[in-house]
Design a binder for this molecule. Structure first.
Ligand code: AHR
Length: 505
């Protein structure tokens, strides 16, 4: 197939969108399937540490570059009693989790998770239950986690083995509270009022915390927009963030639309910003609501079966253990491009989830842990995207898609870290034809291409084993023609590319 006309991208080091918050390289661990039990935690596993957490998984999480972990749900949180998960393990109750109809032993709870995060060097993001509970339970949990001592709950944490407070900064006020599947689902007005009250009380316990109000559980919800408006009218003052959730998949072989997922995410974010800013304007508030994209990924949701409400699943059941194709890895890379292009407003983001459940890391009980295809674009982006996100000026043709209408044929994000003397350019060719990207960078001093690597989609299936998934490891190539003011890079059809740049005199 013939090449398309080159795409022109102008990169100006002065055209800055904002500092990249490292929290956008977050992920998510829910009490769901094997995310916790035989995922992060498996006492008796050959690599288990003294606390029963798998070292092989911890090492992969570090290699992935994860900075933040959301916990304990997800839908799970909406019927969770956090008190069940503290104190002597042998005395913890066994419960039926109502979200996933799974037996929960509570062997892992707040202390185990937060101590693991501390050992791993990642920031925790906790969610409170606004499905079956409310103000008191949420305020109590903040007290348990963040007050140094001298109160009943903080002293209980101390006697449970954590003398230092955890200092959890980020808190989600519930999860997907508009979803019909959510235990304790509420309408926007009811949720907004509750979230405002709960948030107010949690801040009374610790004024330094940051709060995330629930946005719609997806762009496809019939109440999308109206939900955000009403919720923010109640919570604008108390909340620091509004949440967004989105999962993408290829529907009925519609590859073009699937490759346009990054553009769909881009519009979703723009719509939420517009809605949030309109509430801010009406309230006369100088505050700009930040966004927390705390669930995003590719998910073969149409292949999953609904939760069986007649059965109780044993702990550690296999749920949503998706395996990914090269095409999915390209799309994940493109979704990260979109997040970088909104770095000024999207300050938190979580790839949902970390291990086994729609995840970049897979494990076998008693066996190996390995990288799946989506691991690679995430790890490479988290490593290369440093400093400031730029506003690249992209002159590209568009592509017609059935689900998203016209989308740019090439997507691009660029980052620049003058202190480290590095820059990076991320590109996706969403079309099925090769294209050359002509990068113009006359104002970057001493532009040198340090490396260029790509993931190229094919028409193959899911990459199940570690060996197969390694096909998604970006391959270094030389299809780059660097110059002082302009660099050309050839983009294969349906591919993701990262260019690592050194800058400076
Ligand atoms: O990530 C899996 C589930 O997807 C989460 O529990 C829920 O918030 C979303 O619907």
């Amino acid at each position: 197939m013939p090449n398309q006309a080159p795409v022109t991208i102008t990169l100006d080091p002065h055209l800055r969108l904002g500092t990249i918050d490292r929290r956008i390289f977050g992920s998510f661990v829910e009490h769901l399937g094997r995310a916790v039990y035989t995922g992060i935690y498996e006492p008796g596993h050959p690599t288990a540490d003294a606390y029963g957490f798998r070292r092989d998984v911890a090492e992969l999480a570090t290699e992935l570059g994860v900075t933040l972990l959301r916990y304990p749900g997800g839908n799970f949180v909406s019927s969770y009693r956090w008190e069940d998960g503290i104190g002597p393990v042998a005395e913890r109750p066994r419960r039926l989790d109502l979200a996933w109809r799974t037996l929960e032993s509570n062997r892992v709870g707040t202390d185990e998770f937060l101590s693991w995060c501390r050992r791993l060097g990642v920031e925790p993001m906790m969610a409170v239950n606004l499905g079956t509970r409310g103000i008191e339970a949420a305020a109590d949990l903040v007290e348990y986690c963040n007050i140094p001592g001298g109160t009943t709950l903080s002293d209980r944490r101390r006697s449970n083995g954590s003398p230092e407070p955890y200092g959890v900064r980020l808190w989600c006020l519930g999860n997907e509270m508009d979803g019909p599947w959510q235990v304790g689902r509420r309408d926007a007005d009811e949720y907004g009022r509750l979230a405002a009250r709960v948030g107010h009380a949690m801040r009374r316990v610790d004024p330094t915390i940051e709060l995330v109000a629930c946005g719609s559980s997806g762009r496809q919800m019939p109440t999308f927009g109206a939900w955000e408006r009403t919720v923010l009218e109640h919570t604008y003052e108390v909340a620091d963030y509004l949440s967004l959730h989105a999962y993408y998949e290829e529907h009925d072989g519609d590859r073009a639309s699937f490759l346009g997922s990054g553009a769909a995410m881009d519009r979703f974010i723009a719509d939420v910003i517009a809605t949030a800013d309109s509430v801010g304007a009406r309230l006369g508030s100088p505050k700009r609501m930040k966004l927390s994209f705390d669930e995003w990924n590719v998910w073969y949701m149409s292949e999953t079966t609904p939760v069986d409400t007649s059965a109780i699943l044993p702990e550690g059941s296999r749920l949503f253990e998706d395996r990914y194709r090269l095409l999915d890895a390209v799309v994940v890379g493109d979704l990260l491009i979109t997040l970088l292009n909104h770095a000024d407003r999207v300050r938190v983001a979580c790839l949902a989830q970390l291990v086994n459940v729609i995840a970049p890391i897979a494990t076998e009980p008693g066996g190996d842990a390995w990288r799946l295809a989506t691991f690679y674009p995430f790890a490479h982006t988290a490593r290369a995207a440093r400093g400031t996100a730029l506003r690249p000026v992209v002159e590209t043709p568009t592509l017609e898609t059935a689900r998203h209408g016209e989308v740019p044929a090439t997507s691009c994000a660029a980052t620049y870290d003058p202190d480290e003397g590095t820059a990076a350019v991320f590109l996706v060719n969403r079309t099925d034809r090769p294209v050359t990207a002509r990068l113009r960078h006359p104002d970057f001093p001493g532009w040198t291409v340090a490396g260029c690597a790509s993931i190229v989609a094919d028409h193959g299936g899911k990459l199940v084993t570690a060996e197969a998934a390694r096909a998604a490891e970006p391959v270094e190539h030389r299809n780059v023609r660097p110059g002082a003011a302009q660099t050309e890079v050839d983009l294969a059809p349906e591919s993701w590319t990262v260019l690592r740049i050194r800058v400076g005199e």
